[in-house]
Design a protein around this ligand. Sequence first.
Ligand code: PLP
Length: 420
Amino acid sequence: MSTSKSYSKFGEKFNRYSGITQLMDDLNDGLRTPGALMLGGGNPASIPQMMDYFSKVSQEMLASGELVSAMANYDGPQGKDTFVKGLAKLLKDTYSWDISEKNISLTNGSQSAFFYLFNLLAGKQQDGSHKKILLPLAPEYIGYCDSGIDDDIFVSYKPEIELLEDRQFKYHVDFSELEVDDSVAAICASRPTNPTGNLLTDEEIEKLDELARKHNIPLIIDNAYGTPFPNIVFEDAKPFYNDNTILCMSLSKLGLPGLRCGIVIANEEITQALTNINGIIGLAPGSIGPAIAQHMIESNDLLRLSNDVIKPFYQGKSQHAVELLQQAIDEPRFRIHKPEGAMFLWLWFDELPITTMELYKRLKARGVLIVPGEYFFFGQDDDWDHAHQCLRMNYVQSDEDMQRGIAIIAEEVKKAYSQA
Ligand code: PLP
C-alpha cells in the first residue's frame, strides 16, 4: 500500500502543479517535439544579430579571463559590485534618477525577485493581519499567481475596455474601482504587460504612484520588457522611478534567459532586505549574467542593441503577426489588444461558445501551443465571461510557423463559433 507523503504547509503549496509549471513543461516538451508550433511560452526570440553578439562577447571574455573569474568566485549577496555600480551610473546618467549602488540588488532571474518582494510585503503580518498585493489591472502576469507563501495574496481589478479601430482594443486601469486600505501591502503592475502587450500610460503610472504614496505602500513596476533594456516598447512612455518605486528588470528578454539575472532598483531599505534574503536563500546571485551585462555597459552596447536591434525586431514581428491574424480570422467578434510592447498578442473572441481553456486543449491536440486567458485573471472572485474569451500567443516564431499556427487557430475558432 502506498502512503502519500506529508509535506509542510510550504511544501504542500509549492508542490502544486501550478499554471506556470504547466507552461514551462509545455515549453520544454514542445521544444523537443518535432513540428510543434510554440506560440505559448515566453522564451525570447533567437535574434541572429544578438546571438552573434553574445557569442563574440563570450569568446572575448573567455580570452580575457573575465568569464572564468565570474565562474570561479562567489559575489556578495547584493550581486556583482561592478555591475551594480555600472548600472546605477548608466541609469543616473540616462534618466537623472537619484540612485547609487545602494539602490540595486540582483537575483537569480526577476521571477525570484517577485517571490522575495511579494513575501517580504504581503501575507501574514507580524500583528496577525493579512496583507495583499494589489494588481490594478488584470489580466496580469501568470508567474505572480502562485508565488505567495500564504494563500490569497493578490487582489486584482477588471480593466476598462476601449474599443479601437481595425478590430483592436486597449485596457485601461479603472481607477473608480480600486480600493486601497490597510490590507494592501503594495501595488504591482507589469509595464509593458505580459500577457496583453498593454503599456500603462504615463498618466496611469503617475496616478498609481500618487495612490501608493498616499497609503505609504510601494509601487512595484515590472519592467521585464521595458526601457531602457530590452526596450520592447512600441509607444512613447516615460521610464518611471522614485524612492517609493520598486523597479524590477531582467536580462532575460535581452536574449539571455538562461543566465537567470534579475535586477531590482529600490530604496536602500528594500535593497538591504533583498540582499539579506539573497544571503539566506542563495548565498549570492549568479555571477555570469552581471559580468556579461557589465561588459555590455562598458562597450556602450546595452542600450544601443536594445534600441537598434531588439526593439525593431519585435515591433516588425508583432505588426506582421497582427496582419496575419486579421487576414486569417474574418470573425467580427475577434479583436486584438493594441500591441504596445512585450512579445505577445492578446486575442479576444467575444461571445466564444467554448472557454479558451477548451480551445487550448483542442489546439494542443493539433500541435499548436498557446496560453488560455483564464490563468491571467487571478486575484478576483467573480467569474467574468471575458476571462474565458481571451488567449495569449507569442509572435516570435518564424514566419512559416506563425502562418501555420495562425491558420490552425483560425480553423478551431471558426469551428467553435459555428457550434453555438
Ligand atoms: N515578469 C514578466 C512580466 C515576465 O514576462 C517574466 C518572464 O516571462 C518575468 C517577470 C520573469 O522573468 P525572469 O525570471 O526570466 O527574469
